[in-house]
Design a protein around this ligand. Sequence first.
Ligand SMILES: [Zn+2]
Length: 166
Amino acid sequence: MNPKDTSKPHQDSNSTFYDGGCLGVRVLDAGHRYQLGSLDGEYPQTLQFVKRCDMEKPWRFPGNTNSYAGATLQMVIRVLLDRIDYLQQQIWCPENWLITKLLQLTIWLLEIRAARRHKRSYWHGLRYAAESPLCKTCGHTTCEHAEIINHCEQSQPHTVLTRIAV
Ligand SMILES: [Zn+2]
């Protein structure tokens, strides 16, 4: 494809970003860093997930050769939950209710997965998984770092998702 031809979506092996006025998502670092198109704007935004690396135990994060800080899937899905709640307040739709349940279910499955991998049980429900404080060490709602969660619950019980008025 002619690189100056912007009439068709531009895709390469490392990108799903659409050029030529179409919105899209560009993969900057597979699985970790993305550039998002901006609706009603011209400047893209970056979404970065945490990237961990353990060179002494490479099986912990297979393929990762560097690391940087970032969000987790659970955090981003909590943002999506807040947005769909906002939209539901604007115009109620049955689809929004279903989307909320599916997003909560997604977070719950992520917590179940983490618990299974660490040989723990997870007996909490959807809302607990989606609304409880996240551990500062591992990013989960239950873990072996329980004292950190307890500290968080005591000191900041309502800061799991903080809304700032603008
Ligand atoms: Zn933890």
